[in-house]
Design a protein around this ligand. Sequence first.
Ligand SMILES: NC(=O)C1=CN([C@@H]2O[C@H](COP(=O)(O)OP(=O)(O)OC[C@H]3O[C@@H](n4cnc5c(N)ncnc54)[C@H](OP(=O)(O)O)[C@@H]3O)[C@@H](O)[C@H]2O)[C@@H](O)CC1
Ligand SMILES: [K+]
Length: 227
Amino acid sequence: MTQLVTANEMQQIDQYTIDVIGMPQDVLIERAAMAVVDVVGAGHFDLNHVLVLAGLGNNGADGVAIARLLYAQGINVSLQFVGNVNRAKDSVKRQLSIIEAYGVVRSEKSDFNEATLIIDAIFGVGLNNDLPEGLQKMIKAANHIEKPVIAVDVPTGVDATTGEVRGAALKAHTTVTFGFKKVGLTKRVGGYLSGDTIVKDVGMLVPDDFEFSLPIMQATVTENATI
Ligand SMILES: NC(=O)C1=CN([C@@H]2O[C@H](COP(=O)(O)OP(=O)(O)OC[C@H]3O[C@@H](n4cnc5c(N)ncnc54)[C@H](OP(=O)(O)O)[C@@H]3O)[C@@H](O)[C@H]2O)[C@@H](O)CC1
Ligand SMILES: [K+]
């Protein structure tokens, strides 16, 4: 039984948790990062060279925190910031200043070929337009060499509500999504590109009077194999 949410509903829940409950945003980001690091370390991926792609919003903040945690575990990780770092949100800038102290390698170009695993933390539920041309090209190149990708919250380029692709989208082996399963991960191309989707609780709270607009998704047939 999975409650599905739209991107907007997830953002409302995020904001309620931070603004009303008073949960610090950096705590949510750290818990999101730890949730992804758990999946990275679960033994299904070659961690010889992990490449984290981080964007300029909170999805990117998750990515920078993930790079820091992997580095602290002694994993060979490099961080590529995607976008104009001057336009990055404060949450990302805080993570970038913390990671400076750890000495994590920052890679400017996409060294996809050396990477054995890509962590996609470019865009999440805040995607609100088609991706910029340059990023579309990068994503198509990454999909072409078929490196395993773990998507943070939503595969970059997938609309978390409609499941449509906004110009181009990374194909994920696994998507670690926070709080609730975004409906865009279950339908149209989004359902295919998200790969195995794991929902992880990061401590978000739902207002008592919150009205979900979507039904609770019955478990898929395979999950009901006993019937
Ligand atoms: N909130 C929380 O507490 C928690 C959030 N969490 C994480 O935050 C993620 C949501 O973060 P987010 O809202 O910052 O949006 P995100 O997806 O990072 O996009 C970044 C910015 O990019 C921009 N942009 C959008 N589309 C664009 C395009 N096509 N081309 C170019 N630019 C584009 C747009 O900026 P704008 O254009 O609106 O100025 C947008 O703001 C969520 O998925 C989860 O991973 C977790 O840590 C748990 C706690
Ligand atoms: K992402």
